[in-house]
Design a protein around this ligand. Structure first.
Ligand code: HEC
Ligand code: HEC
Length: 325
């Protein structure tokens, strides 16, 4: 009898858990939301047979510089398409340091705009920037999705940096303003996409699919972002209809602006979140909720996100991303 009621209770328990997961995950299996992390469920895809490397010289419209693909994605000195749009890069930003510190400009771009699968780092307060590197280094900032490989790379990078290099990178990126880079559009549908290295890329053609309760953030031009790493070609984020209003109301209740500053543009050492990548913002809130990001300052955010559902976090991410930085 005892064991039977035990089974019955277990049964109800797992039903409840299943119900909660479906509600929170909007039908997706439990776990970090795929749309924000870009790591497909299941085993990693088998890499396609290596094609002959593309050694052709690449150009950007209206730009006289030229680079090959190997130069564009050189981890220790990637292409700098627009040397005039940023101050002189410190060596660690432009070239990194062998073997583990890859050049910041590879992923975050020379102008610090970054991409949906990493982070925008321009305009971050210097103290905050350095604290994040220390948190990565000390094991206090990981991804709630352990298979998100580029966060692991970021951790290795932070571990390999000297205090002088951290300081130089923080000053460099902190000196540039964060300016509009992602356009948030409310929509019932999103373009059909494929995922490559954590980035959602529009398929050829104009096919769309229902958006549901997700944000889908795609480069304006898949080729410009994925192949050419053009730091002037930004992103569009499709967010559910009504999400901005809901996000605005929740941001008021939760008093985000008390810490993140008027219009969420940052204040003192607390970073601005206005106009930043909604996929990135979602990952951070989710990571903090799950305890994967538990840095020295994360305690201030923990109670803010503690009781929010995945939908709540999603509308907050949409709202913050849609604000003018
Ligand atoms: C291989 C790509 C890659 C390179 C190279 C790289 N980063 Fe990162 N960086 C990331 C990723 C990925 C994240 C975190 C994204 C996540 O977890 O959602 C990140 C996050 C950060 C953040 C946190 C931003 C925030 O708002 O909290 C800082 C600061 C940072 N990187 C600094 C650097 C510096 C400095 C360098 C160069 C020494 C560098 N990164 C090189 C991929 C990279
Ligand atoms: C009590 C102060 C406080 C409040 C209120 C607060 N935040 Fe934060 N927030 C912080 C601090 C401090 C950090 C840096 C955490 C760290 O270093 O790990 C942060 C970090 C973040 C980040 C990550 C930024 C990045 O660049 O990685 C996001 C996203 C965020 N907050 C969103 C929000 C939203 C949305 C709200 C309102 C729902 C909110 N915060 C309310 C203090 C606060």
């Amino acid at each position: 009898m005892k064991s039977i009621s035990g089974i019955a209770i277990l049964g109800i328990g797992s039903l409840l858990v299943a119900g909660i997961c479906v509600a929170a995950g909007n039908g997706s299996p439990a776990g970090p939301p795929f749309w924000a992390y870009g790591v497909p469920p299941g085993p990693p895809p088998t890499p396609a047979a290596a094609a002959a490397p593309d050694t052709s010289v690449k150009h950007l419209p209206g730009n006289s510089l030229e680079f090959t693909r190997a130069q564009i994605s050189n981890g220790f000195g990637p292409a700098d398409w627009y040397p005039g749009d940023h101050p002189t890069m410190p060596d660690v930003v432009a070239h990194g340091k062998m073997p583990d510190v890859r050049a910041c400009s590879l992923c975050h771009y020379p102008n610090g705009k970054g991409r949906a699968e990493n982070a925008g780092v321009a305009g971050l307060p210097k103290d905050y920037f350095i604290q994040q590197l220390m948190d990565f280094r000390n094991g206090d900032r990981k991804s709630a999705e352990p298979r998100k490989g580029n966060t692991e790379v970021m951790i290795k990078i932070a571990k390999g940096m000297t205090p002088e290099e951290m300081n130089a990178a923080a000053e460099y990126f902190g000196a540039m303003k964060w300016t509009p880079w992602i356009k948030v559009v409310e929509s019932k549908t999103a373009p059909k996409t494929r995922v490559q290295n954590g980035l959602f890329l529009k398929l050829e053609g104009e096919e769309t699919e229902p958006l549901g309760q997700r944000i889908i953030e795609v480069p304006l031009n898949a080729e410009a972002t994925e192949v050419l790493r053009d730091p002037h070609s930004g992103f569009t984020a499709y967010a559910p209809v009504g999400s901005l209003k809901k996000g605005e109301a929740l941001a008021k209740t939760k008093q985000c602006a008390v810490c993140h500053g008027p219009d969420l543009r940052g204040i003192g050492p607390v970073p601005g979140i206005a106009g930043r990548s909604p996929s990135y913002l979602m990952r951070q809130m989710y990571d903090m909720q799950q305890g994967a990001r538990k840095g020295v300052w994360s305690g201030l955010m923990k109670p803010v996100v503690a009781n929010l559902t995945e939908d709540d976090l999603m509308v907050l991410a949409a709202y913050a991303a849609a604000q003018t930085p």
